[in-house]
Each structure stands twice: as structure tokens, then as C-alpha cells.
Write a protein that binds this ligand. Structure first.
Ligand code: ATP
Ligand code: MG
Length: 424
């Protein structure tokens, strides 16, 4: 026997027994996003490496060490997307969607980051993304956060908290950056290697460090919130006031800077204490300069991304996923003639407007074995076609989930009879 091939570390199969919460999440988000006027778009999973360098920023964990980058046989440097915003904006710009328009978009699919795999952190993981382009806010910021809050309610997930911060305008951040660098230089001895490198390139990133040894330096750093420009302050105050009015609870976290470079003003993160150290469930923020940075007309933007694996884990914990639907009818047949008749009956039942879920016994077997399979399938009714029944133009119907005997039903009356029995 040849050697079995393994999946790549950190890249998971989602098996049929695990799929229910995924499909539930997909159904609920699709419906909810439509209700808020978001339209779906689908973009490639591979892009030119430069797109991510230019948008996410060179001095970020993602670009410095997490990207799957390769040279294709044509000599181009390509990267498996580590996040969705860059590709979505590229698509909007390249397809001329932005001209004077205001867009609400959503997209979903796999992302790739070369991180250390652990529970809730994978190398191929999935995100559901929302992006709103052409809205300067803060009304759209409010609506987007309200949408995510509603999503958790619909999913029956309550162990999440909302954290909020404002990063101000690039100018305000620039002024703050100098204050921060002065502070960090005074504590240079306490900085780790990543942080020393970022001191020049992007000192704000240091505040996003996950290294526990950096905690004390970070906690003592001056706050960006105290250096906000008046307009950003007003934007943030309006957002907070509206969330209060809508009854959406939040915590202001002045240390929330987010791991990507392109954010401005509002940033937010839904966090949980239910998943151990992987606490970020849905993260987002405003990125007003990004479209221009990628070569489009200056366009305001805000978006967020949720980690599907983490939401799925929360759904499993909450036990709020509806059970997958079992077949309603399982057809048993014995003998060549009956088996052919069973296939025809099954197709006729599937034609009925009730959209019945019908499974047929494939691969033969005696009736005892077939009844075992019928029972295991979870079907409500068994439909038995044997030679003797066919002679008489009937099939036998037997409820499998309640005490009731078998009864005959003329083949022509089958769909109606089964539908009415399913209602009993
Ligand atoms: P973290 O702080 O956990 O590394 P992040 O700030 O890198 O998250 P984002 O880039 O904002 O995450 O991605 C949005 C969401 O995608 C996160 O809130 C998280 O739920 C999920 N996510 C990010 N990286 C991973 C991963 N490697 N595996 C699974 N989910 C992830
Ligand atoms: Mg990360």
C-alpha cells in the first residue's frame, strides 16, 4: 500500500459531521446582509504580492512573516490572500465600481497566514467580510456595528463584548507617533526584537504586540486617544452616543490599534472569553485613505471581518445550531423490478411541490438490513416496495418514529398520502 497523504499543517477538512454550524452561519449571514443592503462579490484567492504590501503595510505581522508568497512560472510574485479587504478594493477600483457610487459589499472564503497552528488559529482559515465604500460616516460605522450585534443575537451567541477605539486622522496619528517614539526610545532596553525594528518603520504597531514581556511598556505608553483631532473626536462621540441610544454596549479600549496599517478613526473588535487565548471574533475599522493608496479616487471606507472557525466554535458552545434535516421518506425495495420501480417512485416524490427529502436504499440487501439503514437515516417514513406489493399496485408505508402499523397505499396516491402522514 502506498503512503497515505496528510493535509498541510494548520489547514483543516470540514467533515459532514461538522458542517451544520458552518451552513447555519452562511444562511443567517446571507439573509442578514441582504436585509442591510449588502451585496455579495467574489474575488480571487491569489493576488499580486504588491497589493498586500501596499495595503496591509510592510511593518505588520502579516506582511513580515505570515504571507504565503511564491513566484509563479511566469516570474510574477503572487500571494495567497491573508485578508479580503485589499482584494475587494482592488476589484472595486479595477472594475470601475467606485465612480461616484456608494457600495455595500460582502464576501466570504478562505484566507491564508503562516502562523503557528493552535486551537482557533490556523494557516487556512475562513472569514466573512463586510465593506462599505463611499460613506464618510459615522452613520455607517453605527449601522455596521449594529449589524454585527444583531448577528450575534440571531446566532444565539452571547459571550462576546465590543471594544472600540478611534485612531484619528493620519495627521493626528503622525503627531502622536512622535510622542510615542520619544516614550519608546526611553524604554528601548525593554523592547523585543520585532518592536525595535518597528520603532523606525511603524511604531504604532508596537502597541499591537502579543508578546507578554512587552505588556508593561505598552501599558505605560501615552494614549492616542489623547491626541485625536477635533473632527475625529466628534466622529467618535457621535458613534458612542448612537450606540448608547441603540442599547449596544461597548468598552472603549485606548490600546486597540489593530494589526493592519490602513485604519483611520473608528476601529472595533468583538472579543470573547470563551475561546481561550484566541479572543478576537470579528475585527474591523475605518480605512478612509486606503482606496487612494491603491490608486483609486479618494473614497471613504469601513469594513470588518469575522473569523468563521471562531464563530463556529462559539455556535457549538452555545448549542444554538438547528439540527440538520433528516430524510422524510426512505424507500426500501427488493428484487430487480421493485428496485427500478423504487427509482421511479423516488423521482415522482421529488417532483411533488412539497420538495420532499427522499432517500432510496441503494446497493440491495434483505429487508431486515434495509430497515436498519432506514432507521439510521433518521427518516420519518419507510416506503416498502416488494414484488407482492407491486402485483397489487401498492406500496407499504410504515412510520418509523412513532408506534403505528404498516398500511398499503396505491402508487398513484403516494405523494398526497405521504405528505399528509408527515404532518401527523
Ligand atoms: P489575531 O489578533 O487573533 O491574530 P488579527 O487581528 O490578526 O487576529 P484580523 O486580521 O483582523 O485578525 O482578521 C479578522 C478575524 O479573522 C479575527 O478577528 C479572527 O477572528 C480571524 N482570524 C485571524 N487570523 C486567524 C487565524 N490564523 N486562524 C483563524 N482565525 C483567524
Ligand atoms: Mg493575527
Amino acid at each position: 500500500m502506498s503512503r497515505q497523504l496528510q493535509a498541510i499543517r494548520g489547514m483543516n477538512d470540514v467533515l459532514p459531521a461538522q458542517i451544520a454550524p458552518w451552513q447555519h452561519l452562511e444562511r443567517v449571514t446571507r439573509e442578514l446582509f441582504a436585509a442591510y443592503g449588502y451585496e455579495e462579490l467574489r474575488v480571487p484567492v491569489v493576488e499580486h504580492t504588491e497589493l498586500f504590501k501596499r495595503s496591509i503595510g510592510e511593518y505588520t505581522d502579516i506582511v513580515e512573516k505570515e504571507m504565503y508568497t511564491f513566484t509563479d512560472s511566469g516570474g510574477d510574485s503572487l500571494t495567497l490572500r491573508p485578508e479580503a479587504t485589499a482584494g475587494i478594493l482592488r476589484a472595486a477600483i479595477a472594475n470601475g465600481l467606485l465612480r461616484g457610487a456608494r457600495l455595500k459589499l460582502w464576501s466570504a472564503g478562505p484566507m491564508f497566514r503562516h502562523e503557528r497552528p493552535q486551537k482557533g488559529r490556523y494557516r487556512q482559515f475562513h472569514q466573512i467580510d463586510l465593506e462599505a465604500l463611499g460613506f464618510a460616516g459615522p452613520d455607517i460605522d453605527i449601522e455596521l456595528i449594529a449589524l454585527t450585534a444583531r448577528l450575534w443575537r440571531r446566532l444565539g451567541i452571547d459571550r462576546v463584548r465590543l471594544q472600540l477605539n478611534s485612531l484619528g486622522t493620519p495627521e493626528a496619528r503622525h503627531a502622536y507617533r512622535e510622542t510615542l517614539v520619544r516614550y519608546l526610545r526611553r524604554h528601548e532596553a525593554a523592547l523585543d526584537e520585532d518592536s525595535r525594528r518597528r520603532l523606525e518603520g511603524n511604531p504604532l504597531r508596537i502597541l499591537d504586540s502579543k508578546n507578554p514581556a512587552m505588556r508593561a511598556v505598552i501599558d505605560g505608553a501615552p494614549l492616542l486617544t489623547e491626541h485625536l483631532d477635533p473632527e475625529s473626536k466628534q466622529h467618535f462621540a457621535t458613534l458612542c452616543g448612537a450606540l448608547d441610544a441603540l442599547g449596544i454596549r461597548y468598552e472603549i479600549n485606548p490600546r486597540l490599534v489593530r494589526g493592519l496599517d490602513y485604519y483611520s478613526r473608528t476601529v472595533f473588535e468583538w472579543v470573547t472569553d470563551a475561546l481561550g487565548s484566541q479572543d478576537a471574533v470579528c475585527s474591523g475599522g475605518r480605512y478612509d485613505g486606503l482606496v487612494a493608496q491603491l490608486g483609486g479616487e479618494p473614497t471613504a471606507g469601513i469594513g470588518c471581518a469575522m473569523g468563521v472557525e471562531r464563530v463556529v466554535a462559539l455556535l457549538e458552545q452555545a448549542g444554538s445550531v438547528p439540527a440538520t434535516a433528516s430524510p422524510q421518506v426512505y424507500i426500501l425495495a427488493s428484487g430487480a423490478r421493485a428496485e427500478l420501480e423504487a427509482l421511479q417512485v423516488a423521482e415522482r416524490l421529488r417532483d411533488a411541490p412539497a420538495n420532499l427529502r427522499v432517500q432510496i436504499n441503494l446497493g440491495g440487501g434483505n429487508f431486515k438490513a434495509q430497515f436498519r439503514r432506514a432507521d439510521k437515516s433518521g427518516a420519518a417514513l419507510a416506503l416498502v416496495l416488494g414484488d407482492e406489493e407491486l402485483q397489487r399496485g401498492v406500496a407499504a408505508v410504515k412510520p418509523l418514529r412513532r408506534e403505528a402499523g404498516q398500511s398499503d397505499c396505491p402508487l398513484a396516491e403516494l405523494p398526497a398520502r405521504l405528505i399528509s402522514m408527515l404532518k401527523e
